[in-house]
Design a protein around this ligand. Structure first.
Ligand SMILES: [Zn+2]
Length: 411
């Protein structure tokens, strides 16, 4: 494979220019889905894509596709992309890096006068973050047929504003059908959002797939009683039970290292009064593992352990699984194309499994998919201090260029 290179300075300049839209005082970005700022970010991307000679289309859920024609333009495209929306206290790289790395690939191909057999497309997926409109990854989810368009359009934010209404308001309620077309291969570049690459001193992560996830809603019910007159021995303290389950969840995570994650992130105590024994506690449980069998064992451990804990204290236990995402294995040809790309440019790369959900996870259900990770400082994201270096951003983009050329057949 030829040793081609993207323009690292141009990529960095574009990242920094996009980061001005919604810039926060602490150096982060607040550009939530379908706000006026999201519109400005989208408009800037569309203007850049048109300048680079791409045709631009928008689908019914507001996903944007910038297309560089192929020599045989009837062939299914090789696509890349990510998202431009951010968390309220988001950073400058999560999502936007994957979009602008795709644009940089197009610009580089233009500079080199290089045609590809297949068309190249750069996608901007709508509402990846899920903070204004829940759940996350709605645009790619509709494209992949995981959510219906009607459900997505009706999804409302806290003020009751729907996605359909907000898409129309900002001018991105497109005409084209969402999904239902073939993609030859999809690649997404993204910051790792974890500490593994940095700790290993590697520049590029060859993403093998994504962890499976099981989410639960738990409710423990005991009996409210006065904190003074009620002897310890007869209490049915729901918060005590919850505390023991929180500890159990942590142990389940620790017992399935190195890859398990187990988290209680939300907890509501009722009645939440200083001198009343808590009668009811509701909380979330999030279990993750790349191996489905282990994930199943973690779930069984939670159910068994929580039952024993609640029996001992005399609590009623409701444990409802509200979401199950099986582990995802990315397409072996796409993973190989990423590995070859990293080798071709002499990058220090390692295999890695994604701990977070990404648009690529949705697209992997309808098209051969791969991902490229680059390190972020301290593994921190969803935070205004999120940081990646110009050199690492360029390295990931160079791998993307090579992987896309591999699948799109440069001529
Ligand atoms: Zn992201």
């Amino acid at each position: 494979m030829r040793n081609l290179a993207i323009d690292a300075e141009r990529l960095w300049a574009s990242l920094m220019e996009m980061a001005r839209i919604g810039a926060t005082e602490k150096g982060g970005v607040n550009r939530q889905a379908l706000t006026d700022l999201d519109r400005q970010g989208r408009d800037l991307f569309v203007a850049w894509a048109r300048e680079a000679g791409c045709s631009v289309s928008v689908d019914a859920i507001g996903n944007i596709f910038a297309r560089r024609p192929g020599r045989d333009d009837k062939l299914a495209p090789v696509m890349t992309g990510s998202h431009l929306d951010t968390q309220p206290t988001g950073g400058r790289f999560d999502g936007v890096y994957g979009v602008l790395a795709g644009l940089e690939v197009v610009r580089t191909l233009n500079d080199l006068g290089l045609a590809t057999e297949r068309p190249i497309e750069v996608a901007v997926w709508t509402n990846e973050e899920g903070c204004r409109f829940a759940p996350a990854m709605i645009g790619s989810g509709v494209f992949a047929g995981i959510f219906t368009l009607d459900r997505a359009h009706a999804t409302a934010d806290r003020d009751g504003k729907t996605m359909a209404g907000e898409l129309a308001r900002i001018g991105y309620l497109g005409e084209t059908a969402a999904g239902g077309r073939e993609i030859a291969a999809f690649f997404e570049t993204h910051i790792e959002q974890g500490p593994i690459l940095e700790a290993a001193g590697k520049t590029v992560g060859i993403v093998q797939g994504a962890q499976g996830q099981r989410w639960f809603d738990a409710v423990l019910t005991g009996q409210e009683a006065h904190a003074g007159p009620t002897p310890m021995a007869i209490r049915r303290d729901a918060l005590l039970g919850a505390a023991r389950v929180v500890d159990l969840v942590n142990r389940i995570g620790m017992d399935h290292q190195p890859n398990a994650c187990a988290t209680v992130g939300q907890l509501t105590v009722m009645p939440n009064s200083r001198n009343t024994i808590p009668g009811r506690v509701a909380f979330s449980v999030d279990l993750r593992h790349p191996d489905d069998e282990v994930l199943q064992a973690m779930k069984a451990g939670l159910e068994r352990g929580a039952t024993v804990i609640c029996e001992k204290i005399g609590l009623a236990l409701e444990l409802k699984e509200i979401w199950y995402q099986p582990p995802i294995a990315f397409d072996s040809d796409c993973v190989a194309a990423v590995a070859k790309g990293a080798a071709a440019i002499g990058q220090n790369a390692m295999p890695i499994v994604s701990g977070a959900g990404h648009d690529a996870c949705n697209i992997s259900t309808v098209a051969p998919t791969g991902m490229i990770f680059v390190p972020c400082a301290g593994g921190i994201s969803h935070n205004e201090v999120e940081a990646a270096t110009p050199a690492d951003c360029a390295a990931g983009c160079n791998v993307l260029l090579h992987a896309m050329l591999d699948r799109a057949q440069a001529v």
